[in-house]
Design a protein around this ligand. Structure first.
Ligand SMILES: *Cc1c(COP(=O)(O)O)cnc(C)c1O
Length: 257
């Protein structure tokens, strides 16, 4: 076996081991919370890792991937089809793959993201929503996508604007704005627990906000919460999607970004 193939095999074994451990963690957390195991989806977060790793996860059966930086993600979206082509149904892209944008999104990147994102988890302002809606409607018109962009509203649980997220008081108005946008589909909430706040308390607050949102928007069932270190707590509080990077991929390379 050549060296490259041996490296791919070793990485495949590592990701397969981590993946099965994580799926067991999710199942155990569902059991502990009295929830059905299929009520929570594991979203692999592949930021900072190469498209080759995404291809390995694809071969291991994963079809949803989370990315947090537009340029890096756009490049991986373009690279993946040829990396997995031998396994793909057709050679015209990968219709079964769903890409999630989970990181902060600048308005001037919204148009590009609207071409490839199945779901954006980080919408926190009307201006960003409007830009994403414009991009999504264009992409729909020219056939770059067939469905509206699913949108999760990122909520700030500490009202520290530097970390992103809409203040809870402004949530209802932003939800109305998105519900009225034809290129977008309001699908739920997302949050990252604030530094220094116990994750249990943060997720409990998020669950309360989700209940209020659901009363007005019954279709907004998604709750994106929980990462490598706190997914059990998030599942206890109703998460439907846990975003896991480190526990699956390993430590991210040090970066200043
Ligand atoms: C990187 C990232 C994650 C994954 O975090 P881990 O602790 O590595 O699992 C989840 N959500 C967001 C928004 C991220 O940027």
């Amino acid at each position: 076996m050549n060296e490259v193939a041996a490296q791919v095999d070793a990485r495949t074994a590592e990701l397969a081991t981590n993946l099965s451990a994580l799926l067991q963690r999710v199942d155990a957390a569902c059991l502990a919370a009295g929830r059905a195991p299929d009520s929570v989806r594991l979203l692999p977060v592949t930021k900072f890792f190469p498209a080759e790793d995404v291809a390995i996860l694809y071969r291991l059966g994963r079809r949803e991937f989370g990315e947090s930086r537009e340029q890096e993600a756009t490049a991986k979206v373009a690279a993946l089809p040829s990396l997995v082509r031998q396994d793909a149904e057709s050679d015209e892209g990968l219709p079964d793959v769903q890409w999630h944008m989970i990181g902060r999104l600048q308005r001037n990147k919204a148009r590009v993201v609207a071409r490839w994102a199945h779901t954006v988890h980080s919408v926190d302002s009307e201006r960003l929503a409007t830009a994403l809606d414009t991009g999504a409607r264009t992409a729909l018109d020219v056939g770059q996508r067939s469905e509206p962009v699913r949108v999760l509203l990122q909520v700030s649980l500490d009202e520290d604007p530097s970390r992103g997220g809409v203040a809870p008081d402004d949530l209802a108005r932003l939800a109305e704005h998105i519900a009225a946008s034809t290129g977008l589909r309001l699908s739920g909430l997302m949050a990252i627990p604030p530094l220094g706040v116990e994750s249990d308390a943060a997720f409990a607050r998020l669950a309360t906000l989700h209940t209020l949102l659901l009363a007005e928007h019954p279709g907004a069932t998604e709750l994106s919460a929980g990462m490598s270190g706190d997914l059990e707590s998030a599942i206890q509080h109703g998460a439907t999607c846990v975003r896991v990077g480190t526990a699956l991929m390993g430590a991210r390379p040090i970066t200043s970004a």
